[in-house]
Design a protein around this ligand. Structure first.
Ligand code: XMP
Length: 326
């Protein structure tokens, strides 16, 4: 497909000046493409959809309708940040959908990882479709497709599209980042004024914390994943590991073990820490986190997060472990 090939003449976007030039060109192109009509965007808060949103707000203002679906599987503070950055700071037209109960009810009792992924993906499309139907006059759908999505999968990756939408909602696509590599997307995001925490985010899977709350998702363990992940991120940031380590997170299995606290026996969940480095996510090595820091994180998680009595560090490279546990 010819229009899916990055033009050879396109210079690599490495600094703010080049990013600004790209932004100006895209603003003109988007305005020409949509010509005063409305554009819908699923805004997850990830790097790609956030950069698309910021770019389109600049180009078409309130003609962009951003839909942020909170499926309950986001990290601590993420939905709040999306609302703060896009609604409060950028004055974007943002529809915030609290679909937490809906997703968690659908996922109740489902332990199979692929079934969980399917339910999350399908439910996301359904929620997005409902929101799309509430909007009048939408004619375009914006997506955060980037160049690796096109070259790696010969099309658009599932997490970057809402391809399951029914035919009457198959809008013309607006994909301003489709020739950019990830590092260029970040430079553009910076130039658009997005906060570092959004632009330099580590990769986060589409099904979110759903694949880190192992087995059938329960609300108590989901909270343990979210709170322990927040502590891990805080400690990595405080100790110079944010931005150095490629991906780090916690996972919580669906079994408990015996422990002791304040002289009393406990029966509580373990938290698994994982921190890996990779170039392409096909293979990965384990970060050599200082032992004292691991001990400090363990102490914080076991005292600050209810329902936890052990912390484990995953020493397995990929292969033979995958990066995620599910
Ligand atoms: P694995 O676990 O396969 O992960 O070694 C490789 C990279 O892909 C991410 N990942 C996902 N991303 N939807 C996504 O959008 C998914 O279902 C999914 N599963 C894994 C993972 O976080 C890692 O960066």
């Amino acid at each position: 497909m010819e229009n899916n090939k990055r033009p050879e003449s396109m210079a690599r976007i490495t600094d703010e000046a080049l990013a600004k030039k790209f932004i100006d060109e895209q603003i003109a192109l988007v305005k020409k493409q949509v010509g005063g009509k409305k554009v819908l965007l699923a805004l997850s808060g990830g790097v790609d959809s956030s950069v698309v949103a910021a770019l389109l707000v600049k180009a078409i203002g309130k003609d962009l309708v951003c839909v942020h679906v909170n499926h309950g599987l986001l990290r601590k503070g993420e939905p709040e940040q999306v609302v703060d950055v896009f609604r409060n700071q950028m004055n974007a037209n943002l529809v915030y959908v609290d679909a937490i109960e809906r997703f968690l009810t659908k996922l109740e009792g489902v332990a199979d990882p692929e079934k969980k992924r399917k339910i999350i993906g399908a439910e996301f499309i359904r929620v997005f479709e409902e929101e799309a139907r509430k909007q009048e006059g939408i004619e375009f759908l914006a997506q955060g497709t980037i160049y690796p999505d096109i070259i790696e999968s010969d099309g658009v990756k599932a997490h970057h599209n809402v391809g399951g939408l029914p035919d009457d909602l198959k809008f013309e696509l607006v994909e301003p980042l489709k020739f950019l590599y990830k590092d260029e997307v970040r430079v553009v995001g910076k130039a658009l004024g997005l906060p570092d925490g959004m632009v330099y985010r580590q990769p986060f899977p589409g099904p979110g914390l759903g694949v880190r709350c192992l087995g059938a998702i329960t609300r108590d363990r989901l909270e343990i994943v979210r709170e322990s992940d927040a502590i891990l991120r805080e400690e990595f940031a405080a100790n110079g590991l944010e931005g150095k380590v490629w991906q780090y997170f916690t996972a919580v299995p669906d079994f408990r073990s015996v422990g002791v606290k304040n002289g009393k026996r406990t029966f509580a969940y373990p938290v698994i820490l994982r921190a890996v480095n990779t170039k392409d996510a096909m293979t990965a090595t384990v970060e050599d986190v200082p032992f004292a820091l691991l001990q400090h994180i363990t102490a914080r998680i076991t005292t600050e997060v209810d329902g936890v009595n052990r912390v484990l560090y995953d020493l397995t490279p990929k292969p033979c472990g995958t990066i995620e546990w599910e």
